[in-house]
Design a binder for this molecule. Sequence first.
Ligand code: FES
Length: 131
Amino acid sequence: LSSVEVNLSNIAVGQAIKVMWRGKPVFIRHRTEREIKEAEDVALNQLVDPETDDARVQKKEWLIVVGVCTHLGCIPMGTATGEPRGDFDGWYCPCHGSHYDSSGRIRKGPAPLNLHVPTYTFLTDTSVKIG
Ligand code: FES
């Protein structure tokens, strides 16, 4: 499938899901106020791959990223409830210890780049088309 439509209405604040798109996992996280603020408050000079949170989201409460570690391609943990989210409230890649923040940006560990943001379009407030 070149695109996939996802219903967001059952994803509670603080939860994330994984969907498959073009054979890759895509993480969709319904961010909390705190996660949004943490992502917005980071100074760009603290980032390995400097990007503002604003440049990475269309709606502040929804973060959508490709779930493939930019180091060597493992799938980071932090989507399912109870999985470790690393030191920055995002995702943690257990393969070699990369920590991503609540905007999916690399903050610590060997990965060189932020988690990739796929092309997506909101069809309604609770429905998004990825791809
Ligand atoms: Fe993720 Fe190496 S593949 S840290």
